[in-house]
Design a protein. Structure first.
Length: 270
């Protein structure tokens, strides 16, 4: 320190710069890497499970066609539609895996426009209807009293809501189950809720998301491809996706929240 610095009381009083806590930074980096490793492990396990079922069906179908020598035509008429459905499912899974990889890398293109969340919900309901019908399930759609305007990519958002309906279908009882899809506003957000029953979610039953409600970090189930992609799509639109228990004990409610468009209607409590 030179004499001028020594005579300056501000310089003399300045505290020495504290070195960064390298240990804490290292621990945080290791925790993040560990979380990424666990995510990849669970994701790949889920992917293998999702691919194994259609592949097993394809193998069984072809095995039957090869073994039976008498009524090939009748058997083919029964098995060929199964093979076609499973091949279509595999192709969709491969497309979603590709989309998911691009989304995680920040390279998924989104063509944004001003649209109503109700139109997205209607498209998702139409896309999910064949699966629900195959499982003898019905769908009740409540579009709400007024349009909820958002800025987003309509096909991608419909893809995300379709994934929520498919998730609800998998968790609901197969025979006679009724699933509900509702659109409403809360504060500055447009909400789409999917319930594993027909009653839907009471307006006062919606809770803010908590870490334990994260659909991709459930302790008892690894995330699927469609659900993983749905969360990323919602988040790329500035929204949140979570699950909560129904306040009346009627299974889970899946909630997708998106910011209202800047010139959209203002909801009470905004």
């Amino acid at each position: 320190m030179n004499q001028a610095e020594a005579d300056d009381p501000d310089i003399c009083a300045a505290p020495a710069a504290q070195p960064p806590d390298v240990h804490q930074q290292l621990q945080a980096a290791l925790a993040q890497l560990d979380e990424e490793r666990r995510f990849r492990t669970r994701f790949l396990s889920s992917l293998a499970h999702e691919l194994r079922n259609p592949l097993a069906s394809l193998r069984s179908g072809f095995s039957l066609l090869q073994r039976v020598k008498g009524s090939q035509d009748a058997l083919a008429a029964q098995v060929n539609p199964l093979i076609d459905r499973q091949l279509s499912h595999l192709m969709r899974l491969m497309d979603e895996v590709d989309d998911l990889a691009r989304a995680r890398a920040g390279q998924l293109p989104l063509h944004r426009e001003r649209l109503s969340l109700q139109s997205v919900a209607e498209a998702a309901a139409a896309a999910a209807q064949p699966l629900l019908s195959a499982h003898v399930q019905s769908l009740h759609v409540d579009a709400g009293p007024s349009a909820m305007w958002v800025e987003g990519d309509a096909p991608r958002l419909a893809q995300a809501l379709t994934a929520l309906l498919q998730e609800a279908s998998r968790h609901a009882p197969s025979a006679g189950a009724q699933i509900s899809l509702a659109v409403h506003g809360r504060g500055g957000s447009a909400m789409a809720t999917v319930a594993e029953h027909a009653g839907g979610l009471p307006q006062d039953g919606l809770q803010p998301p908590r870490p334990e409600d994260d659909l991709l970090h459930s302790a008892d189930q690894a995330p699927g491809v469609s659900l993983s992609l749905a969360r990323l799509v919602i988040e790329l639109h500035g929204g949140r996706l979570w699950a909560q228990a129904h306040p009346h004990g009627l299974g889970r409610v899946l909630v997708a929240a998106l910011p209202l468009a800047a010139d959209g209607p203002v909801q009470p409590g905004a």
